[in-house]
Design a protein around this ligand. Structure first.
Ligand SMILES: *Cc1c(COP(=O)(O)O)cnc(C)c1O
Length: 379
């Protein structure tokens, strides 16, 4: 970290523990500095053990995992894929990589995730137009579980496979079960800002033997069995390196600890920002859900203050505190101006009113107090 960054409070920086270096050391000592090696298998097995998934394919990003996931679900040119509008662009970009079109669906106000009612409307309308969606992507934003049960029921009713984007939600639970196990295919990210990190990385989880085999095949240049390199389909170079998988193994040992810390940070904000009537700290968990509270969010109540989200963000910046507006809905992005959409006003309103606060698991009480004080200065 640069010296002028010394007192900067970042949104969600990496938080390493004590064991990552052991795995990395061993990889270098043993000369496993390659996209093969024992840490990869180890990391995959440990992710399976933790989540309960049958298969895991470790990849070099969450985006790559979504790409391969959609590919093995058969998404191709001129297909349509249902996707929440309120998410990071990496959820939807792989739809476009495959020549398919995203169909955006609004959020519901309780969890901010894809709205089951709007989703039904979207499916029925697309089916009526003779364009039954090829897949549905469900995202658990900021770690908050989506309304999994009604969404899966709807997907089953129309036989649409679900890809679960749990990039922000490792360690979150729905009905007692860890997220990342509800999709036909589920995806994790270990990017530097996520709850645990490999600096960059991701994983594809599935119970389906054939899909796991295919994902692995496509991720390693789609080499057909032959002594020379023989190819009949287009492959990718998407495998995680053995060194980074080593970091992942060290990080995964800490996941429950990290979830606990992020949840404490959320609880701290909730308690200490109570005295600011214009601020509402992110949504409570529906009964039966546990959020990993990857990022704590706040909504600004414009009936209580003239201050805008951007003014608030800039003020925090003057105190060397990083914050960020909520995801800009994808249907508002120039990139997706032409894409069909169902609803949009719920996530538009969230975008206008919301800010993500620093939520890194290494934060101290002093950091939190500095942030609360900075918020109180303007509100
Ligand atoms: C981070 C993220 C991704 C992409 O993961 P990368 O590992 O950064 O490619 C996908 N979806 C969501 C919702 C994310 O937050």
């Amino acid at each position: 970290m640069r010296s002028q960054d010394h007192d900067r409070i970042f949104l969600s920086p990496p938080h390493l523990g004590r064991h990552e270096l052991n795995y990395v050391h061993k990889a270098i000592e043993d000369n496993w500095v390659a996209p093969v090696g024992p840490n990869i298998r180890g990391f995959e097995q440990e992710l399976c053990q933790y989540t309960g998934a049958r298969h895991c394919v470790a990849l070099n990003s969450g985006t790559a995992a979504i790409h391969l996931g959609l590919a093995v679900l058969g998404v191709g040119p001129s297909d349509e894929v249902l996707c929440p509008s309120f998410t990071f662009v990496a959820t939807a970009n792989p739809i476009t990589y495959l020549g398919a079109t995203p169909v955006f669906v609004d959020s519901e106000p309780t969890t901010w995730n894809i709205c089951p009612d709007r989703l039904r409307e979207a499916i029925e309308d697309r089916v009526q137009r003779g364009k039954k969606p090829k897949a549905l992507i469900v995202v658990h934003l900021y770690g908050m579980p989506a309304q999994v049960e009604p969404i899966l029921a709807l997907a089953a009713e129309y036989a649409i496979p679900v890809l679960e984007d749990a990039a922000e939600a490792l360690g979150s639970r729905y009905a007692g079960r860890l997220l990342g196990t509800f999709g036909a295919i589920s995806v994790l990210s270990f990017n530097g800002n996520k709850i645990i990190t490999t600096s960059g990385g991701g994983a594809l989880l599935t119970d389906n033997d054939e899909w796991a085999r295919q994902a692995q095949f496509l991720a390693t240049q789609a080499k057909d069995p032959a002594p020379h390199y023989e190819h009949s389909v287009t492959g990718y170079n998407y495998r995680l390196s053995n060194i980074l998988a080593g970091i992942g193994r060290g990080q995964l040992e800490l996941i429950e600890d990290r979830v606990k810390k992020r949840r404490e940070i959320y609880a701290w904000y909730r308690q200490h920002l109570q005295s600011i009537p214009a601020l509402q700290v992110g949504p409570a968990e529906p009964v039966g859900s546990r959020s990993n509270r990857w990022l704590t969010t706040v909504l600004l109540d414009s009936t209580q203050t003239d201050v805008t989200i951007e003014q608030l963000r800039q003020h925090l910046e003057t105190r060397n505190i990083e914050s960020r507006p909520l995801w800009k809905p994808l249907h508002l992005q120039p990139l997706f101006a032409e894409a069909p959409r169902y609803g949009g006003s719920v996530c538009e309103a969230l975008f206008q009113r919301g800010l993500c606060l620093p939520s890194g698991s290494a934060m101290t009480e002093t950091d939190l107090e500095r942030i609360a004080d900075a918020l109180k200065e303007v509100l």
